[in-house]
Design a protein around this ligand. Structure first.
Ligand SMILES: NC(=O)c1ccc[n+]([C@@H]2O[C@H](COP(=O)([O-])OP(=O)(O)OC[C@H]3O[C@@H](n4cnc5c(N)ncnc54)[C@H](OP(=O)(O)O)[C@@H]3O)[C@@H](O)[C@H]2O)c1
Length: 310
């Protein structure tokens, strides 16, 4: 039976995204097929759509966008035994994409059981952004209780999780946001909220253990001197200069998020306990995927945008 997928057949602007009726993909041995209930929208989706994401080239077209999905297990691969048909699960979709669809295939290892306390829309907001925040802070930044972290871009998908995870860990959290998002960042629990439109963050932050850089460019260059000796700058964007890091006596790195179902379990538990809240600013139906992505591309989103499916 055919299903709806939001696909691109060529790279370009919002109008290259189309709703197609096609056969669903089938799971390999260690994969599961999910009937999608909700799909998260991420900046990587518009980078892929516009042809600016190196891992997705012409040979992958037509390409179904979407790296986050929450839904119901419909079929398990021959060796996929962790879940059974009918389980409600959530996970990060591989680089092959496919979340913006009525059905999607995910690696079993990327999936976690969706907890009862979290609905599909909020669950779908978590995998890519939540795991990026988690890995940046704890795997790469090794942030500990009592340390001070400056999170650039605290109102975005990754940033709003990062502020809450760092607070839950017991860190002191400083964050930069635009004027309209000051109240939002306070609500997330940040100790120091800096309006990057009207304030110079250099004047309000110093002796940091970590900078989590979700913005890049001039913001990063102005940040180095705020780190303690031995501190670390962790970025999701361009590779930081090792020469500049050495000049300041700090570590610096850039990473790409990886799926990890066990880690996602841990994040979901924090959410279910009420210590962390995914903020979904807006939902759009699958047919309006292009508009949803456009909203994120224009920098208008606060927290996450999610597609409702099925
Ligand atoms: N390497 C990886 O694996 C990986 C994984 C996930 C994301 N990323 C990348 O990381 C970046 C952030 O992702 P995201 O999902 O959080 O994006 P997002 O939801 O679009 O959020 C970006 C946020 O940056 C804020 N911002 C813009 N200019 C700023 C500035 N000068 N100072 C402080 N904040 C500023 C905006 O908030 P205001 O409205 O307050 O300005 C916006 O909310 C994206 O470029 C994404 O592609 C990389």
């Amino acid at each position: 039976m055919k299903i709806r997928k939001a696909r691109i057949h060529s790279f370009g602007g919002p109008d290259v995204l189309r709703i197609d009726d096609v056969e669903p993909s089938m799971p390999d041995a260690l994969q599961v097929l999910l009937s999608v209930k909700a799909a998260g929208v991420n900046p990587v989706d518009f980078k892929i759509r516009s042809g600016k994401y190196p891992a997705v080239k012409e040979d992958r077209l037509p390409y179904t966008l979407g790296r986050d999905a929450s839904g119901i297990v419909e079929k398990c691969g021959a060796q996929a035994t962790r879940f059974k048909i009918g389980d409600e699960v959530v996970g990060m979709v591989g680089i092959g994409g496919g979340g913006y669809a009525e059905k999607v295939v995910l690696d079993e290892a990327a999936i976690a059981r969706k907890l009862r306390e979290i609905d599909h829309v909020h669950a779908a907001a978590i995998p890519l952004a939540g795991q990026t925040a988690w890995q940046g802070l704890f795997r790469y930044g090794q942030l500990k209780a009592g340390q001070a972290v400056l999170i650039h871009g605290g109102a975005g998908g990754v940033g709003h999780f990062a502020v809450q995870f760092a607070k839950a860990k017991g860190a002191r959290v400083l964050t930069t946001v635009s004027t309209d998002n000051l109240e939002f960042a306070r609500m997330l629990g940040a100790d120091v909220v800096i309006d990057y439109k009207t304030q110079r963050f250099e004047e309000l932050a110093k002796d940091l253990d970590m900078i989590f850089d979700l913005v890049d460019g001039e913001t990063r260059e102005r940040s180095w001197k705020l780190l303690k000796k031995g501190g670390v700058l962790v970025s999701t964007l361009s590779e930081p200069s090792q020469q500049t890091a050495a000049q300041h006596g700090v570590r610096a790195l850039r990473y790409t998020v990886e799926s990890d179902g066990k880690e996602l379990d841990e994040i979901l538990s924090l959410v279910a306990s009420g210590k962390v809240k995914p903020h979904v600013q807006k939902t759009y139906p699958l047919e309006e995927a292009a508009q949803a992505l456009n909203w994120v591309e224009q920098g208008k989103s606060i927290g996450k945008i999610v597609l409702t499916v099925g």
